[in-house]
Design a protein around this ligand. Structure first.
Ligand SMILES: O=C(O)c1ccccc1NCC(=O)[C@H](O)[C@H](O)COP(=O)(O)O
Length: 397
């Protein structure tokens, strides 16, 4: 039986993917620095599940796998997950995809030794969110396999030009284009707005001159939902919509598109380079913009090394510690990085912690052409006036 994993390897590969379950992966004694997209494996698993559910009598593919093949599959999946964490760590990514687990029964192999002393509590809130998201996405995928989701795309409302809307607003007002966030609550601030009507807030933002909207869809930590995204899209709001979600799997991109999103968020602190490459390609295929978010120099350098990135968000909030410092935007746009961004004509979005016209002027001076703002405007009883207050003038003309 054919193996169920796809590997991509570079010339530095010290690991040979094998294509039969009867063979075990072969390792050399050197390190294992090859990029493997975790997405590829998850998608493959999804395909298997889809094949199973597509099969009328349920007997397709895996149901014929005996115990030993099942064990081999578990071991390979586990090893791939370990490799993915190693690759991520080699790119400075501290966030692990899921809690570390012990090896499957009978495992003998290269990962035995580093396993000792590994804790299984998340290292920070972002890792906790990612671990929960991993479980949530697996469950959602069970209910709606990718094959079903792709069909649903035929009925999705067309994708609109998110980046074009930001550029146009920037040219029209001479100020950074506003991505106004529909945000009920957050882990750092708790509930921001008790009386929360997402469509009403979205309308108020549009009236106030927002170029685009960001809609939080995470339920557990932000009290958002995909229903909110769908409701805003079907209410006839013209501003293109960013699906503000913690994306760890390409399936989520298709899901966001099926719910009417025009853009999605990719967080460099969570996603290895190969995932970002792969996911931005999927976005292009679906007509979506990808806002690739960075928080420090290393993440910025990684993202600048990826071809085809058009939109970079600099988050002033450290998603691990919640510390907010708007000088982060300035720091990451100084020197060669800023130069490269201008050469590549990348739009930079200043994100988080923006409350006053002085804050907006500061990040604009640093080089941003757009800003992403939640708390300071969603908390206002009239978010339209909140926007005017934030910019120090009416930007709705
Ligand atoms: O906002 C949080 O507490 C938070 C915690 C963990 C991960 C992400 C988080 N927020 C996402 C964002 O970056 C903001 O929603 C967005 O940039 C708007 O920020 P703000 O204007 O400060 O509400």
């Amino acid at each position: 039986m054919e193996a169920v994993m796809s590997f991509r390897a570079t010339s530095r590969v010290s690991f040979q993917a094998v294509s039969s379950l009867n063979n075990r992966p072969k390792f050399t004694s050197s390190g294992m620095s090859l990029p493997i997209s975790r997405t590829l494996m998850v998608e493959q698993k999804c395909r298997i599940r889809a094949q199973q559910s597509d099969s009328k009598d349920g007997s397709a593919t895996l149901s014929t796998v005996g115990d030993s093949e099942g064990d081999a599959l578990k071991i390979k999946e586990w090893e791939v997950a370990r490799l993915q964490d190693e690759i991520a760590a080699s790119q400075g990514i501290r966030i692990r995809r899921r809690p570390p687990t012990g090896p499957p029964l009978h495992y003998v192999g290269p990962f035995e030794f580093p396993l000792q002393n590994e804790g299984n509590t998340p290292c920070n809130i972002l890792e906790e969110i990612v671990w929960n998201k991993d479980v949530e996405v697996s469950q959602r995928k069970e209910r709606r396999p990718l094959s079903v989701l792709k069909k649903a795309l035929e009925n999705a409302p067309p994708a609109r030009d998110f980046i074009g809307a930001l550029r146009e607003a920037n040219l029209r007002t001479g100020l950074p284009g506003l991505i106004a966030e529909v945000k009920k609550a957050s882990p750092s601030r708790g509930v921001l707005r008790e009386n929360f009507d997402p469509v009403e807030i979205a309308r108020a933002y549009e009236k106030g001159g927002a170029a685009c909207l960001s809609v939080l869809t995470d339920e557990k930590y932000f009290q958002g939902s995909f229903e909110n995204l769908e409701a805003i899209r079907s209410a006839g709001i013209k501003c293109p919509l960013l699906c503000k979600e913690f994306i760890i799997d390409a399936w989520q991109i298709y899901y966001a598109r099926s719910k009417g999103a025009d853009a999605i968020l990719l967080i460099a602190a969570v996603l290895p380079d190969l995932d970002i490459r792969y996911m931005t390609q999927i976005c292009k295929m679906l007509g979506l913009a990808a806002l690739v978010e960075v928080h420090d120099e290393r993440e910025m350098d990684r993202v600048l090394g990826i071809d085809g990135i058009e939109l970079i968000g600099i988050n002033n909030r450290d998603l691990g510690t919640f510390e907010v410092d708007i000088s982060n935007t300035k720091k990451l746009l100084e020197g060669e990085r800023g130069e490269m961004i201008r050469q590549k004509d990348i739009i930079v979005v200043g994100e988080s912690g923006l409350f006053t016209p002085a804050d907006i002027a500061y990040v604009q001076q640093a080089g941003v052409k757009a800003v992403l703002v939640g708390e300071s405007i969603v908390k206002q009883s009239d978010p339209t006036k909140g926007i005017t207050g934030l910019f120090g003038k009416d930007i709705s003309f």
